[in-house]
Design a protein around this ligand. Sequence first.
Ligand SMILES: Cc1ncc(COP(=O)(O)O)c(C=O)c1O
Length: 433
Amino acid sequence: MTTAVLDESQIPTHWYNIVADFPTPPPPPLHPGTREPLVPDDLAAIFPMGLILQEASTERWIEIPAPVRELYRLWRPSPLRRAVRLEEALGTTARIYYKYEGASPVGSHKTNSAVAQAYYNAQAGIKRLATETGAGQWGSALAFACQAFGLACDVWQVRGSYDGKPYRRMLMETYGARVTASPSEVTETGRALRERFPDTSGSLGMAISEAVEVAAGDPDANYSLGSVLNHVLLHQTVIGQEALTQIGMFDEEQVDVLFGCAGGGSNLAGLSFPFIRENLEGRSATRIVACEPKAAPSLTEGEYTYDFGDTAHLTPLLKMYSLGAEFVPDPVHAGGLRYHGMAPLVSHAYHEGLLEAIAIKQREAFAAGVLFANAEGIVPASESNHAIAGALREARRATEAGESPVILIGVSGNGQLDLPAYAEYLSGDMLDS
Ligand SMILES: Cc1ncc(COP(=O)(O)O)c(C=O)c1O
């Protein structure tokens, strides 16, 4: 068997909330003015109450609403495969598996949260969602989800990716979204940022500021975030729940090491939190490894501190590993990993020793992606290449040591629209940032 196929009836019925199981509670978000813990009403100007309650929830299981689960059927359950041909290409003694989220309509895990967020906003009578996008994966996911629930969608796309990834913009527009390059002339924040940083290629922090400003100023509009916040990570836990069942179908006792790429932390959390629960309950001892880009190494080089989620300091203060809200990373190709901070729940897990982190330069990431593409046929997203590179390090180490660990890789998306980055790597021109 190479692929563990689940039936539609095995799509999870609940999202898993790790907050219920953490040995110590994660530090709360703070109001930026008072520095007191946030209360639900502080977020009501930009989020619907359904999501605010999830943000603060300590319940272990939260039921997935039927219309969201119905949409999940378009791409869930997602496949988990044994990477037999990759193992052969490496000549490794390790057993390598990957959970593939790239078969979703827009090509990544981002739809798992996008459809949930659009649903709760539509239920609350909201007409329009504003958001940011780095790689364009989140923007396309939300654009798709918005039209599914009858909402308009405004996307602020980081300038570097807007210019470098025209097909992502076209995809968002095909789903009916309006896309603006960030920083833009449209918002007060955007104009101020352009004055301060005239030649900037933009950042996720800047694009978030613009989208938040627009949402806060329009009672019919809300803001939507593609990563970082607790409710976004929560929605992604369908990935790990399915993966646990699927690994069991291969008769593996446990996954020894799990690798996920980490930008804001949502796909890593989605895959790994159900595995961390197994560890905490004493049923397994899986090592979890966050693979971040060397260009934005928030976990491995950042400080664990209260920081803003955006450049203009419009968001609440979040306790996270951060490089500083002003940090603008090198324009590496993995746009979705170019974020200055790391999700508070992933940061807390890291701080508590429940997961590890490594940083990977983009040439090593793309070398891994090309090897994976040739062996397995799937061209991974630029971001996912970091997880694959982490796994290859472990497979090579294990082979030298004569060990046979079970390795699980989170392949968070496909790279069909990242091909110019592959072309740059293959031509030898890619910077080793
Ligand atoms: C395919 C893919 N993987 C990973 C990420 C990183 O985000 P996160 O760390 O929230 O999963 C992104 C973000 O855009 C993405 O598009």
